[in-house]
Write a protein that binds this ligand. Structure first.
Ligand SMILES: [Zn+2]
Length: 52
């Protein structure tokens, strides 16, 4: 059985740039949040999931 996944953006919570994409399981009902480097802010920022 194959896990259903969808692509989501990870959006910087500071400048709202969508710097990363990732896969997320469809069944997961939580919002992804990851600390990643934002090239626009020039530092690590919290990135939050946005739908494509
Ligand atoms: Zn940023």
């Amino acid at each position: 059985m194959k896990n259903k996944e969808r692509h989501v953006f990870l959006e910087c919570t500071e400048c709202r740039n969508r710097n990363y994409t990732t896969n997320k399981r469809l069944r997961a009902d939580f919002k992804l949040e990851k600390k990643k480097y934002c090239p626009f802010c020039g530092k690590h920022q919290l990135h939050r999931e946005k739908k494509l």
